[in-house]
Write a protein that binds this ligand. Structure first.
Ligand code: C2E
Ligand code: MG
Ligand code: MG
Ligand code: MG
Length: 291
């Protein structure tokens, strides 16, 4: 009984929630119903352009609220979907929804560029280019309104293939951001060899930028290097005004983080232009809802 009790304890964390392995299995078990009932949706987080003061670019972030598990983070369920193969199915839904929403914003007179996270597996499967280009045509969306975010892992698995796929997107007019920069290998060679337009500096480097001179130096170095390569820089996870001021001083181009806005529904997005107080805040309408 003592053994069994210990095993029970080992399966629970301090909050009485399932241990990772159990939680994983639970998520996997709930996914088929989530697909069937279209339980996924997208939230959008604005990116503040520091030169213009515009918030006309947003990042689409996947949301899932399950009747049993409650709200589950994409950081948890995306890796599970990558293992199960569901990433291709959800990836297609995301692209469709992003293009539908981008079109709604154009029609509402408040065009926004939407950044969409793309899994390394979508790049590897060579599905992303035809899916995205087809969705742009179907929804009548200009390619300039879409940005694809990839992580370093995507490129390193099969660099020539990744370059080929990304170049096709670039040739079509879609911009490319390297996400979470600084957390992986972060090689300079990668910055040079991928057909990028933007580098997104990971939140872990932004967190202490206002208290750690070393972090500020590192971030300044990345910004200068990116600029030398003709790339723009977006800082992720900006939560405090002093971080924003420092990033401005370091020449950062855009910032994203709770200080500007959390990821929100299209309805709750702030106006596209911060200096235009007359812009309606619900200009994008309710969006097309669940996916
Ligand atoms: P990411 O693409 O690096 O997205 C940034 C994450 O940081 C988001 O978490 C966002 O909500 C969070 N964040 C933004 N600003 C702040 C801040 O000021 N403070 C803090 N503490 N967090 C902030 P989220 O939405 O939970 O997404 C986590 C990750 O899941 C994403 O990281 C991305 O890798 C993945 N993901 C999200 N949506 C998608 C999707 O549609 N497709 C794919 N393939 N992956 C996605
Ligand atoms: Mg991202
Ligand atoms: Mg990131
Ligand atoms: Mg991330």
């Amino acid at each position: 009984a003592k053994q069994a009790g210990k095993r029970q304890v080992a399966r629970l964390d301090g909050h009485g929630e399932a241990a990772p392995i159990v939680r994983n299995a639970l998520i996997r078990r709930r996914l088929p119903e989530a697909f069937e009932t279209h339980a996924f949706s997208l939230h959008y987080q604005p990116q503040l352009d520091l030169a213009s003061g515009d918030c006309s670019a947003v990042e689409a972030l996947l949301r899932w609220t399950d009747p049993v598990l409650g709200s589950v983070s994409p950081a948890e369920f995306i890796p599970i979907m990558e293992l199960s193969g569901d990433i291709h199915r959800i990836g297609q839904r995301i692209i469709n929804e992003v293009c539908a929403q981008a079109r709604l914003w154009v029609v509402a007179g408040t065009p926004r560029r939407v950044a969409v996270n793309v899994s390394p597996l979508q790049l590897a499967a060579r599905t992303i280019v035809p899916e995205l280009l087809e969705a742009l045509v179907r929804h009548g969306v200009a390619p300039e309104l879409i940005q694809v975010e990839i992580t370093e892992g995507a490129a390193i698995t099969d660099l020539p293939r990744a370059i080929g796929q990304l170049q096709q997107l670039r040739d079509a007019g879609i911009s490319i951001a390297l996400d979470d920069y600084g957390t992986g290998f972060s090689s300079l060679a990668l910055l040079r060899s991928l057909p990028l337009t933007t580098v997104k500096i990971d939140k872990t480097f932004i967190d202490n930028i206002d208290s750690s001179p070393a972090d500020a130096l590192l971030v300044g170095g990345v910004i200068d290097t990116a600029h030398a390569l003709g790339l723009t820089v977006t800082a992720e996870g900006v939560e405090r005004p002093c971080q924003l001021q420092l990033l401005r001083d370091l020449g950062c181009d855009a910032v994203q983080g709770y200080l500007i806005s959390r990821p929100v529904t299209p309805h709750d997005l702030p106006p596209t232009c911060t200096s235009d107080a007359t812009a309606p805040s619900d200009s994008g309408g309710p969006g097309t809802g669940l996916m």
